[in-house]
Design a protein around this ligand. Structure first.
Ligand SMILES: Nc1ncnc2c1ncn2[C@@H]1O[C@H](COP(=O)(O)OP(=O)(O)OP(=O)(O)O)[C@@H](O)[C@H]1O
Ligand SMILES: [Mg+2]
Length: 261
């Protein structure tokens, strides 16, 4: 599937994410680590963005802020036209539950819950939704990732690839407009990684905006655009096709950019 043939042509759609001058610092033992430094970024509705860069450059920190799991030390974040960097944790959680789905490298399923109960979890915060609708949504999400036959299993009874498919179903069940994936194929063999990428591409083709951290150039190449970070800064923000042709080679003279790619 060609992600560039998504129903949303990125250049024509409105911004979903607008970051301006985002800083994120962590203080521990009087030591300050600056994870993000003056990050400004616009992601349009329906885009598929890859985030790359060496270990420790700030990729997960960026995704945590985009996903309202953490707030920036300074700078502004508009999600769908609404300022969200100053929201209190409760308002952030509400917005996150409605608008954002996460997929993590380590799957992060709850071991005590069955597959279907894991997937249903995001819906438990939607008091307006009837039991019947919840059940229908869970069944639909299970079918989307081809895991209906394992609905009653527990995570420990599944392979890594199956667990990640369940995690994707959990991310999709609330029908969020933004999917954030942090190295979703990092713990998978290549066959399962390809299955997971095919699923994520399908979700993107269905209209969701997808921001994915990946170290794997094969999967970064599926995105429409790649943002490269180095030491907490954006050092490249280019259409993916350009990164894999002459412009990436032209970056050879810039060590930070070359390493981030
Ligand atoms: N909770 C925290 N407390 C202190 N420092 C942190 C915290 N989280 C991240 N950092 C620091 O911020 C920097 C960026 O970390 P981050 O996890 O965003 O990197 P990353 O690009 O995702 O790396 P990797 O590819 O290894 O996952 C690192 O120097 C890290 O040590
Ligand atoms: Mg990380």
């Amino acid at each position: 599937m060609n992600p560039n043939r998504s129903p949303n042509t990125a250049a024509e759609t409105a911004p979903l994410i607008r970051l301006q001058g985002i800083q994120k610092s962590f203080l521990s033992d009087e030591l300050e680590t600056r994870a993000l430094d003056e990050v400004s970024l616009v992601v349009r509705c329906g885009e598929f963005l890859a985030v790359s860069g060496p270990s420790g450059c700030g990729k997960s920190s960026l995704l945590s802020i985009l996903g309202l799991l953490d707030s920036p030390s300074s700078g502004s974040y508009e999600l769908n036209g609404q300022r969200v960097d100053q929201l209190d944790p409760r308002a952030r959680a509400l917005l996150r539950n409605r608008q954002i789905g996460f997929v993590f490298q380590a799957f992060n399923l709850i071991s005590d819950l069955s597959v279907e109960d894991n997937i249903a979890l995001p819906l438990s915060y939607r008091s307006e939704m009837s039991r019947a609708e919840r059940r229908a949504r869970v069944a639909e999400a299970l079918a989307q990732v081809d895991m209906a036959h394992r609905a009653r299993h527990h995570p420990a009874q599944l392979s890594g690839g199956q667990q990640q498919r369940v995690a994707i179903a959990r991310a999709l069940v609330g029908q969020p407009r933004l999917i954030l994936a942090d190295e979703p194929t990092g713990n998978l063999d290549s066959r399962n990684a390809e299955l997971v990428m095919a699923l994520l591409q399908k979700v993107h083709a269905g209209g969701a905006t997808l921001c994915m951290v990946t170290h794997d150039p094969r999967y970064a190449a599926l995105a429409q655009r790649t943002v490269a970070l180095f030491d907490g800064r954006v050092v490249a923000d280019l259409p993916t096709a350009a990164l894999h042709s002459g412009q990436a080679r032209a970056a050879g003279g810039q060590p930070a950019l070359a390493e981030a790619l």
